[in-house]
Write a protein that binds this ligand. Structure first.
Ligand SMILES: [Zn+2]
Ligand SMILES: [Zn+2]
Length: 164
């Protein structure tokens, strides 16, 4: 990674940590190193992950975190809007980082569970227009498109057991 980009990423992580620290202070929660390690791990990922996967990943990196801490930290991060939680048509929750990253919507493959992202500026136009027409202060939206990813050789198809 080039030095200037690396520096920017580090700056962003510092900013995020500060937001989390302020949130924890304001809510009488302890600022434990485990919670910040989980935050850093989440911000080093670029995918949509479930809590179990995150926990196993932390374990593999030799962090001493309990499952309860992972779940509890995810809840706190959702509350302070550093992480978003998705329910993509299954009962499994998926998470992703949300601070300072571009707004996007999702496509879900009903065969293999693959999560794809897309970003279309028209979504914001629609949001603003509907808000104006209906005199409604729209804050955000959630749009999920379900279908088939149409990849012949989909590795997710082999990895993800089909539901039912
Ligand atoms: Zn698929
Ligand atoms: Zn996403």
């Amino acid at each position: 990674m080039p030095e200037n980009i690396k520096h920017k990423v580090e700056e962003k992580v510092e900013e995020i940590k500060k937001i989390f620290a302020q949130y924890l202070d304001a809510h009488g929660q302890r600022k434990t190193p485990e919670r910040f390690a989980i935050l850093e791990e989440i911000y080093s990922r670029n995918d949509h992950f479930d809590a179990e996967t995150l926990y196993i990943h932390m374990k593999n990196k030799n962090y001493r975190v309990s499952k309860a801490t992972v779940y509890n930290t995810l809840d706190l991060l959702i509350e302070c809007e550093l992480v978003v939680k998705h329910q993509f048509g299954t009962n499994q929750s998926l998470f992703e980082k949300s601070f300072g990253f571009r707004q996007h919507d999702h496509l879900i493959c009903m065969d293999c569970g693959r999560v794809l992202e897309f970003c279309d500026p028209r979504m914001e136009e629609i949001q603003n227009m509907i808000g104006q027409i209906l005199h409604f202060g729209v804050k955000n939206h959630s749009l999920v498109l379900y279908g088939n990813c149409q990849t012949d050789n989909c590795e997710h198809l082999k990895l993800t057991p089909k539901e039912n």
